[in-house]
Design a protein around this ligand. Structure first.
Ligand code: DAH
Length: 333
């Protein structure tokens, strides 16, 4: 009876499955309590041996039952405890949580795209590695045009190049479809430039509308771009100023009244009261000729995204947009 008392105490006092495992080894193990009892049987004879053997077998059954019951008890307790500790409190307020912010260039791009899509423009894309024909030749940029200079353009050894503007997408679109066309081409462009207001990679949105002869004119261009600038900047004056681009004739640059001084004149607008925003014009007949279009009319425009983003967010150094410093983004959250 002594051994039953000792063994059941061992089981009862176990508080964890680890304790219980130790108890199991002490009772049921090779050198355990029961084994020792069974080993001693060989010293006994006859009835005495029989009685002791029966007692040991009953003891083993009793202890096994005790052990199993205790094991289930402890295991359940441990599971319950673990559930309690691991539970997620979904109502817990985590104020270290950080929300992401859109990069100002992406946000500005999105706003521009949204406007033109709402005006029924399709979105077109083209390759970043272009050839001379699409990037220059077909756009009526003559062979001696300074834009072709190694100073401005990134060339590869085979004379292909990184596109210097999104205008080649106009050419690709016109060469792959018939008019009418009503498209924008958002994307990155590359030039060998690096200072306060220039980075070697920047973003543009190109626009092109083509339809049958006389159907598209400067008034349409003026109306859609004015509408666009009012949408982007709110209450501003818009001015179309004669200019020159090889791919448009007539060409125009579009200014808005300075959003910082309201047109009075300040450092940002170099005291002119106006800020230049984009270039545009009526598509030059030479461009249509180079893509094989006849009896059509069209207008085009090109918008620099970084410039807009800088103005909207008052960012003084354009290069900061591409330094990947998280503190820049944190300001726009
Ligand atoms: N491609 C011109 C540039 O990169 C921008 C531009 C001006 C595009 C006038 C046009 C346009 O389509 O009509 O500076």
């Amino acid at each position: 009876m002594e051994d039953l008392k000792k063994a059941s105490q061992l089981i009862d006092q176990s508080a964890s499955t680890d304790d219980l495992e130790k108890a199991r080894v002490e009772i049921f193990g090779k050198k355990g309590l029961l084994s020792k009892g069974f080993v001693k049987l060989k010293d006994l004879q006859g009835d005495e041996k029989k009685v002791e053997a029966q007692r040991l077998n009953e003891l083993k059954d009793t202890l096994t039952q005790l052990f199993d019951t205790r094991y289930v008890e402890i295991k359940n307790k441990e599971i319950e405890q673990k559930l309690k500790e691991d539970a997620l409190d979904l109502t817990l307020y985590q104020n270290s949580h950080q929300t992401a912010a859109l990069h100002p260039v992406v946000e500005t791009m999105d706003r521009i795209i949204e406007y033109f899509v709402s005006m029924n423009f399709s979105i077109e894309t083209g390759p970043l590695v272009e050839d001379d024909f699409h990037n220059f030749e077909a756009l009526n940029l003559p062979k001696n045009h300074p834009a072709r200079d190694m100073q401005d353009t990134f060339y590869f050894a085979d004379n292909s190049l990184l596109r210097t503007h999104t205008s080649p997408v106009q050419i690709r679109k016109m060469m792959s479809t018939k008019p009418p066309i009503r498209m924008i081409a958002p994307g990155v462009v590359f030039r060998r430039d690096y200072d306060l207001t220039h980075t070697p990679m920047f973003h543009q949105v190109e626009g092109l509308v083509v339809d049958v002869k006389d159907k598209v004119n400067f008034a349409h261009l003026k109306s859609i771009l004015t509408e666009f600038l009012l949408e982007m900047f709110g209450d501003v004056k818009v001015r179309f100023r004669p200019s020159f681009f090889p791919f448009t004739e007539p060409s125009s640059e579009v200014d808005i009244s300075c959003i910082f001084c309201k047109g009075k004149g300040c450092r940002v607008c170099s005291n002119t009261g106006w800020i230049e925003i984009l270039g545009c014009g009526i598509v030059d007949p030479n461009v249509f000729k180079s893509v094989g279009y006849e009896d059509v009319s069209g207008y085009a425009f090109g918008i620099g995204i970084e410039r807009l983003a800088m103005l909207i967010h008052e960012i003084p150094d354009l290069r900061s947009l591409f330094e990947g410093d998280i503190r820049l983004l944190e300001q726009f959250r």
